[in-house]
Design a protein around this ligand. Sequence first.
Ligand code: A2P
Length: 306
Amino acid sequence: STATLKLNTGANIPEISLGTWRSLGATDGYDSVIAALKAGYRHIDTAAIYGNEDQVGKAIRDSGIPREEIFVTSKLWNTQQHNPAGALKDTLSRLGLDYLDLYLMHWPVTFNTRNVKGTDFMVIPKNENGKPDIEMDTWNFVKTWELMQELPATGMTKAVGVSNFSINNLKELLTSPGNKLTPAANQIEIHPLLPEHDLIKFCREKGIMIEAYSPLGSINAPILKEPKIIEISKKLDVPPAQLIISWHVQRGYVVLVKSTHEERIIANRKVFTLSKEDFEAIKNLAKEKGTLRVVDPDWSPFPLFK
Ligand code: A2P
């Protein structure tokens, strides 16, 4: 698919992106981005904490495709929420690019850096109890957003947004006195066992683009092994990954699919339209089977803000 959706900034965003989380081998980031751009992808998603911005940026630069034809996203790590402008500058220098298309706050969680030694901010600082050192009283994501909303004016990024934000987090951000800008996007885990109907509806009403990460369920792609998915893909004679990615696209949001295998990267872009019946069957899977959250780190905002 070469289709694009529209952000609340007016910019177009290609609906299928290559995800690069865990593309960590010596050349995984580079090779997968080269393969994706060759296969026609024009949207690449990375993050400072993925540790592959240098490879991803080099692949974008080496591809020969004009920079303005590629949509590039990266993310602010939790240790740098006091200084998003500085963090973005570092990201651009690792990527070797002049600007991003989208810069996201990676989590609505600020890490305390009192125990960070030197300048390596790509860490998970620990407190006395060996848990992630989360800053709660003196700072929070609302203050981070107040700094981030100034970034488009610097020219370093065309748009800013958030990631892993719940409805409550978004409500707090949107109604805070210092808020001047609605996030362009909220990047969250979505797949048939975590369909996020309410969060998607809320974001739509506010004009916030949804981006689905771990669309196949991340490591080992558990969603591909769901009996119902296998049954429908057999019936339609399409690979399960193609069925699920098509289902995401049909829901009308951006989907970020990670692979380091060229043949999968090529196949994952081939989407088709599902019948209403098949679309609904996948939509109802979580109701029947219960939900599954695969990305649940120990700084997860879900218990934190409950
Ligand atoms: P790999 O990188 O080895 O191809 P998600 O996008 O939900 O994070 O899921 C990505 C997982 O699914 C990765 O482990 C990826 O592994 C695997 N994957 C990606 N595309 C396909 C595909 N077409 N068929 C099977 N597995 C896939």
